[in-house]
Ligand binder design. Structure first.
Ligand code: ARG
Length: 276
């Protein structure tokens, strides 16, 4: 197989350190309140992820963590931005509702146009953006566990890009970003089994060149990755997926995030991409 050289593009990200990270409630099947969390180790691993992104040439903004919001480390859920416009989050579970305001403050302070949501949606947890697929910028949106389909049309109106709704059916993969990721401006990697049969057909039709992952890849949180078009930062446990990505011409960059897996997240969950 011959491949074109994959080109990286410089990115801007937003992350929030797990200073107050614990598992004291369970809102997804990965969370177990009886599992002890090593917050020090979580912080160390998070810092490793931040340094990896910086080393790859990206800019990382840091959102100050807040006491009483242990899941704030999963910064992907706080909003979704496209071309300088931010569509805010509205969390499904009461334990996380206050995170949305913290994210909003960041965008307001940095001069973004902010669209407040009326519908339940968990930001980049359930929205992915491909700047150059199917003739232009396209939004992929998950529903079934957290984000409501009504938020998909709200996002389309807020951001002026077509939204393709995809139904998630496996509770272990409760957000889109644990089942699918963008690898570059037009290519995705996904685990078909996380989606309804109809949504699998939609993905197969739209993305014939996708990298297709299996259940093991998804269970190792491999799909919860962040790519700059060439370098793919992913959970170090996802060795089989790393091999598939290398085969497709990408450069896997493994990072250890064992503590954050206890809250049901990995690389992508900890990172919101800012698209000015
Ligand atoms: N404990 C968090 C929750 O259940 C994890 C969020 C993971 N974030 C993500 N983007 N998938 O809401």
């Amino acid at each position: 197989m011959t491949h074109v050289e994959r080109q990286p593009r410089e990115r801007t990200y937003l992350m929030s350190p797990p200073e107050h990270f614990v598992v004291e409630y369970a809102i997804n099947p990965w969370m177990d309140v009886s599992t002890p969390v090593d917050t020090e180790l979580a912080l160390k691993q998070w810092e490793g992820l931040r340094e990896t992104l910086v080393r790859l040439g990206h800019q990382v903004h840091v959102l100050p963590p807040e006491i009483g919001l242990p899941d704030m480390v999963y910064a992907a859920n706080g909003a979704f931005s496209v071309d300088g416009v931010v569509y805010g989050a509205r969390f499904k579970y009461p334990q996380r509702i206050a995170e949305a305001a913290a994210h909003r403050r960041f965008y307001d302070n940095h001069g973004w146009k902010f669209v407040a949501p009326a519908e339940t949606n968990e930001g980049e947890g359930d929205f992915a953006y491909l700047p150059d697929a199917l003739g232009g910028g396209v939004i992929l949106a998950g529903h079934g566990f957290r984000t409501e389909t009504s938020a998909h049309s709200e996002a389309q109106e807020a951001l002026g890009r077509p939204v393709i709704s995809l139904r998630l059916v496996d509770p272990r993969f409760y957000h889109l970003d644990v089942a699918l990721a963008s690898l570059d401006d037009r290519t995705v990697v996904y685990y078909p089994g996380a989606f309804s049969a109809a949504s699998q057909r939609v993905l197969a039709q739209l993305f014939p060149d996708a990298v297709v992952a299996d259940e093991e890849d998804a269970l190792s949180f491999g799909l919860n990755l962040v790519s700059d078009g060439r370098n793919v930062v992913l959970n170090s446990e996802a060795t089989a997926l790393a091999a598939k990505l290398r085969q497709a011409g990408y450069l896997p960059v493994p990072v250890e995030l064992t503590e954050l897996k206890k809250g049901g997240g990995s690389v992508k969950c900890c990172i919101a991409e800012l698209r000015p």
